[in-house]
Design a protein around this ligand. Structure first.
Ligand code: SAJ
Length: 420
């Protein structure tokens, strides 16, 4: 049984996971490079938005089971949940994992378990083991002595959906990939404290690939839907009806087209496979390209509608045109604008020189990068009342509720099937 563990990285995954361990009365030392995050957590508050999390963190801190710091301390297990973005031409950037390894190495003790949770290219856990071994030649590691290693290492990815993190961390099945069977067993003992889903054991490389496969599968399916939407547009077929009909087949399940694929997972993780095996990963690569192209396609539709409006209104110039953009977030009913195709499209429309009324019910102020004189945050009513062109970019609930008003608008571009 583990009594004290440490979570390295207190973000969208690390903090909820640390808190769930703490809620089961395991002492958790949370470590983060951000002093702001550390101070906020130590006050029993949270620096991210996630339902239910604030109450859990508050209780864990007040009861003394969760404490945050910027410097690692000795513990029985170390879990690493730091970001793995890409750099340059979609090459994985493992510098945060390497920094975490170098930070925990000095406090490692014989008998410790180290778990990597961050989404990573295949082979990263082995790299982590090598970094740790290099920093601690006095200890043995699984790549040297396998089962009898002083430090056991495993890769255990999460698969939770933002907005449902607390529930899914507990309920979802979890893949545990030990570098040795001992590591898999130790990881299972640890996660059993709060996971109610099945814990499925494998090796580290398969677990790494499993995480990437799940998100790539979804990306390819969405790319198929996006490609269909462009084909159907040419053939004058309603793609939303088409997909609904095709999905009546018992073995067909096509996802929904949209204005592009955003967020920090589905639009990133498939590149980790492409980077490792570029010659083989042809469908995965092409799906990324199809999905990344979709915002441009939507933008072309907006440009065409603006041209129509200008043609119908003699004397009217670009700066007189008002475009309403409905939705900025990367998916419905969240406030997260990072890596959002809707935001990218809105920014591009701004460059055309027309006036933009952006409607995002989940935020109160516009992000700095949208600070443009020709762009303002508007209510849905105002936007619909004055816009020449309406562009639906995200299927937020308030837009579904106001669908009839949006439908009445003559020039509505519907990227998400709201009006279908
Ligand atoms: N999207 C579509 N059409 C769809 C579904 C989604 O265009 O039919 C778009 C969304 O609008 C969004 C993007 O895809 O822009 C990604 O959204 P998402 O809801 O598919 O996924 P994420 O990024 O929020 O979370 C995913 C999940 N992975 C899978 O469902 C396989 C989640 O379980 C993972 O834990 C998460 O990635 C992660 O952290 O890897």
């Amino acid at each position: 049984m583990f009594k004290t563990i440490s979570m390295i990285g207190l973000g969208y995954i690390g903090l909820p996971t640390a808190t769930l361990f703490a809620s089961r009365k395991i002492k958790v030392i949370g470590v983060d490079v951000s002093e702001h995050a550390v101070n906020t957590i130590n006050q029993g508050k949270i620096h991210i938005v996630e339902p239910e999390l604030d109450m859990l963190v508050h209780a864990a801190v007040v009861e003394g089971y969760l404490r945050a710091t910027t410097t690692p301390e000795p513990a029985e297990a170390f879990l690493i949940a730091v970001p793995t973005p890409f750099k340059g031409d979609h090459e994985p950037d493992l510098s945060n994992i390497e920094a975490a390894a170098r930070a925990i190495a000095p406090v490692l003790q014989k008998g410790n378990l180290v778990i990597l949770e961050s989404t990573s290219p295949v082979g990263t856990t082995e790299k982590l083991a090598a970094w740790l071994a290099e920093a601690r030649p006095d200890l043995t590691f699984p790549q040297q002595v396998q089962e009898s290693a002083d430090i056991q290492i495993a890769y255990c990815p999460e698969r939770v959906l933002p907005g449902r993190v607390v529930h899914e961390l507990v309920a979802n099945d979890r893949v545990l990939g030990g570098m040795t069977r001992t590591a898999t067993f130790m990881a299972a003992t640890l996660y059993k404290t709060f996971v109610q889903g099945e814990l499925v054991g494998t090796n580290a490389r398969t677990a790494e690939m499993c995480k990437l496969t799940e998100n790539s599968f979804r990306d390819v399916n969405i790319a198929f839907a996006n490609e269909l939407s462009m084909i159907c547009d040419k053939l004058d077929i309603n793609v939303w009806e088409l997909i609904k009909l095709a999905n009546h087949h018992p073995r067909v399940n096509i996802l929904q087209p949209g204005c592009g694929v955003g967020g920090h997972c589905i639009a990133v993780d498939p590149w980790f496979i492409v980077d490792t095996t570029p010659d083989e990963a042809r469908i995965i690569h092409m799906a990324r390209e199809v999905n990344d192209h979709k915002p441009e396609w939507v933008l072309d539709k907006v440009k065409a509608s603006i041209a129509d409006t200008l043609a119908k209104k003699p004397g009217c110039t670009m700066s007189d045109i008002k475009v309403a953009c409905l939705g900025l977030a990367f998916k419905p009913d969240i406030d997260d604008l990072r890596e959002s195709p809707a935001l990218e499209i809105t920014q591009q429309i701004t460059k055309l020189g027309c006036q933009i009324l952006t409607v995002e019910p989940n935020i109160e102020t516009l992000p700095q990068k949208l600070n443009q004189p020709n762009l303002s945050l508007a209510t849905l009513e105002d936007a619909l009342a004055t816009a020449d062109v309406v562009c639906v970019l995200v299927k937020h609930r308030p837009f579904i509720e106001a669908v009839e008003g949006i439908r009445r608008h003559a020039l509505a571009i519907d990227a998400v099937g709201l009006l279908a």
